[in-house]
Structure formats: structure tokens, C-alpha cells
Design a protein. Structure first.
Length: 287
């Protein structure tokens, strides 16, 4: 993996990739190794018609059949109904290139694991705030909404030997195990992020800072899907002449999670109280 100083990485991310990040139309995934950065040939394809990149799984395009992508867990993948369509959007740089780092604005969210395609079951994931507060998958998927204070990145541990067992990558393109600001700096994009557009507005809701994009829409109903690559991405061996010898196929399909913005509990309670009060007024008027 390429290493350089934190100051240099910060300036590169802030000036170049971050400024170019926009929401772009998913289109039709085809494993062509062209266009969007996640649209690469996946070695998880079982049949000749399968397209097993992250967007193909999320859009069920072309129509995947059970078992068409290797080692699916849970076995009900592909998703029916598909959470996205080809007209929904993903975060990308110029012409769909690697968008650089990204984080989500703090707020109330529901997190859930959609599934894994050839993802190593021992691979861990979660989120980490700028202040260094770490949330694990077990905490996030307990079935209730979670309040994340401040911007947060998504993280994944690398369980495969050629990635370095136990290495932690975050969606800020950095590695380490402490707070984002003190991570060892590398440029490795292990994550892709998609959305159905709800809460994004006119494909905006993005600001940037030294760690890349901040996705600002926390409007209730805003749905995001983060696709993770569980082997080192962009490192040694990618594009090797002999198929199968690459370190990573960069299909971002190993772990797929959903992040759903929800109202804070107090707001929900007030809304419920208001509805009950209105119902009482209506009942008295009928009497």
C-alpha cells in the first residue's frame, strides 16, 4: 500500500477528489471495467449472465437468480424487491471515478446488514465518529435507532492475509484503529455509497472538508447503501495479467449495509401526542 504524510493526504483529498464528488446515476451495471469505479468484473460470478458488483446486487440488474453470485449470505440474495433502481444514484468523482473519502452527518439512523457476497464471516464493520467513538455492527444492528453525534465514517476490518489481518479501513480512505484524525494515512477506497435519492434534494446535500465529502441529508426517510470491499483495494496485483491473481476485484459486494435516517424519538413522541390530541378534538366535535 502506498503511504505518505497525513498533511499531504489531507490536502490532496480536500483539493481534488472531494471537490469533484457528486451524485451520479447508477445506470446498468455490466462488469465492464469502465465507467463507475465499482463496475468491475467480479470473480464472484457463477453463471455467464451474472453481474455481481455492488450496484448489480442492489438493483437486481440484470435479474439475478439465487446462487448466481458465489457464497451468498443470507441465501435469499438477490434482494427482492431491489432497494435501488438503475435511475438511482451513487457518489462518484469525475466520470464515475473513485470519489475520495466520505462521511455522514451525525443524527438518528437505523443500520442493518443486507448481506455478504463472498465476504469473510469474520470481517467486522461499524462506524466511527470524528471524536473517535467506535460503534460495532452488534451495536448498530440491535434493532433500534442509534444517535450518532458528529460526522461519522464507516469502517471495515480486513480478515484476509494479503490485506493484513486486523487492518482497519474507513470511508475516509485511511487506516488505523484510533480516531480518524490520527489514523495512518493511505489512499485505499474500500467503500461505495448509493442512495435512492430520498432526502438528497436536487442531488446536493454534500459539503467537503479535509477528509472528503460529508453527506448532510438526515431527513427522515433518507436511505443510503454502503457497499464494502473486504480485501485491500488498489494495492499490489490489481490488473495482473493472470486472472485471479489480483489482490482485489474491486466489486464492493462483500458486505452491503443500509443506513436509514429516522426521526429522533422525542420528535416521534410529540407527533404521536399531537395526533391523539387531534383525534380527541374530532371525537368531541362528533358528540
Amino acid at each position: 500500500m502506498r503511504r505518505t504524510s497525513l498533511a499531504l493526504i489531507t490536502s490532496l483529498v480536500a483539493v481534488s477528489p472531494a471537490a469533484a464528488q457528486t451524485w451520479q446515476t447508477v445506470g446498468t451495471p455490466d462488469n465492464s471495467n469502465t465507467g463507475a469505479y465499482w463496475n468491475n468484473t467480479s470473480y464472484d460470478n457463477v453463471g455467464p449472465t451474472a453481474v455481481c458488483s455492488a450496484a448489480a446486487i442492489l438493483t437486481n440488474t440484470p435479474a439475478l437468480t439465487p446462487g448466481s453470485c458465489s457464497s451468498q449470505a443470507p441465501v435469499y440474495l438477490p434482494l427482492m424487491p431491489a432497494p435501488l433502481t438503475t435511475s438511482n444514484v451513487f457518489l462518484g468523482g469525475a466520470a464515475g471515478s473513485n470519489p475520495g473519502g466520505f462521511r455522514f452527518m451525525g443524527g438518528w439512523y437505523n443500520f442493518s446488514l443486507i448481506g455478504r457476497i463472498s465476504g469473510d464471516p469474520s470481517t467486522s464493520w461499524g462506524v466511527i465518529t470524528d471524536a473517535g467513538t467506535v460503534f460495532s455492527a452488534a451495536t448498530l444492528t440491535a434493532g433500534s435507532s442509534v444517535n450518532i453525534t458528529g460526522p461519522f465514517a464507516v469502517w471495515i476490518t480486513q480478515a484476509l492475509p494479503n490485506a493484513g489481518v486486523g487492518t482497519v479501513f474507513t470511508s475516509t480512505q485511511q487506516t488505523g484503529a484510533v480516531a480518524i484524525g490520527s489514523r495512518t494515512a493511505t489512499i485505499n477506497q474500500q467503500f461505495a455509497v448509493f442512495t435512492n435519492g430520498t432526502g438528497v434534494g436536487a442531488l446536493g446535500a454534500i459539503t467537503t472538508d479535509g477528509f472528503g465529502a460529508i453527506i448532510n441529508s438526515t431527513s427522515p426517510g433518507a436511505s443510503y447503501f454502503v457497499a464494502m470491499e473486504d480485501n485491500v483495494n488498489g494495492g499490489r496485483g490489481f490488473g495482473a495479467a493472470v486472472a485471479g491473481t489480483e489482490v482485489s476485484d474491486r466489486d464492493y459486494n462483500d458486505i452491503l449495509i443500509s443506513i436509514q435516517a429516522v426521526p429522533e424519538p422525542a420528535t416521534v413522541g410529540l407527533m404521536g401526542f399531537g395526533l391523539l390530541a387531534l383525534a380527541g378534538v374530532a371525537k368531541r366535535r362528533k358528540v
